[in-house]
Design a binder for this molecule. Sequence first.
Ligand code: PLP
Length: 444
Amino acid sequence: MSFLKDELEKFLQDRPRSRELWERSIQVLPGGISHNIRDLGLPSIEAFPVFINSAHDAYLIDVDEIEYVDFWMGHFALILGHNHPEIKQVIQEELEKGWHFGTVIENQVKLAETLIHDNSSLEEVRFCTSGTESTMYATRLARAFTRKRLVAKVKMGWHGPNDTLFYNVKSPFVGRETPGILKEEEAGILTFEMNDSSVKDLIRENKQNLAAVILEPVLGGGGGFPVDHEFLKMLREETERFNILLIFDEVITGYRFNYGLFQNHVKVLPDLTTMGKVIGGGMPVGAVGGREEIIEQANPQVKNRVWIGGGTFSANPLSMVAGLKTLEILKGSNQEYLRNNQAGTELLSKLNKFFQEQKLKLVVTGYKSLILLHVLSQWVENPSPNEIIALTDHTGEALAQMALLNRHCTGMHGIGALSFVHTPKHLRLVQEALEEIAFPLSKT
Ligand SMILES: Cc1ncc(COP(=O)(O)O)c(C=O)c1O
């Protein structure tokens, strides 16, 4: 029997309850899901995602009572792991008081004060409910502030699927990523390659009309590819020279590799920063912050204010309190950050050494605690990010996901993000699982 058949048989046999829920799901939800990547590509190989019922620490438990070591950690948001007791406690206490007032609350002031205190580029902050909103608002603020139309975004950069920035995210990079939004030229979007100095020409040629340049300092969605620090510095210099705003999307990188925003570590300070994930402690959050004169445009009292926000659930009490508690814990967690970053770096290098030595079609990319697995259509010696994206074998990746689930591991792109609750035992489990499945996967 083939590897696919063997794995599928085991997968189906052990998961009757998930299967039943999946069959109901696809009747009522398009593709059975409410977030496009949560099917893990499994329907393409006649499988389905597992339905999770509970979680704690590094574990997810599904409706068939199978336990998995989770490396996805709530879309990278849960750096402290699932069900952290102190976060749970503040959420429970908040619940007692009520969970949605639709008013101003003290904790939104405290969370804004903390973010501003920790990060010198932030002078004011506006909260919303998702990273997708935050990047849309940041570009709107930039266009209004500079009175210019164009926005340059990095190829592969995922800033959420808003109408403003959903361009050139996925291979084969043909501009807009979905029908239903304007074409790139009409939307005023330009695209550049990370670490490619030709962006200088793009900036100079469009300087009269270019409002902002936006990128993540580590391209999370693309594969956890770190952007060269010199490239970030060059972008800062060029944008400053021509009155163009620099926006860092730190929805993933904020508070992930060190306490505070990643920009402090690389010492490149943008005009605007978008945030989310970790700063909400696992509750829905987004935020845009930056120079006061830019953010202050959003003040309803100013003339010609720029309308951002308006979300029913923005700065909701549960997100604010969970975010505050998370940052309080992270503040004293230098050792944990170091350990987590180091664990990720070591796992990445061990896995790649193995895949390369054995000439297997797998590769992991990432930075510190972000680790993403790619299955390619052929073995390539030390593939570049562009080769990895071009050679991705989506069926192979779905099969890898299923084989990992069969070995009690789960993650997005096979792995995802390490958290403080991952121990050497968990890392060994995923390493051994990947080394085991890499051989049959490379033969398919
Ligand atoms: C860098 C980046 N920006 C923006 C977003 C969108 O955030 P959200 O999913 O909270 O809307 C994401 C989500 O993965 C992201 O990784």
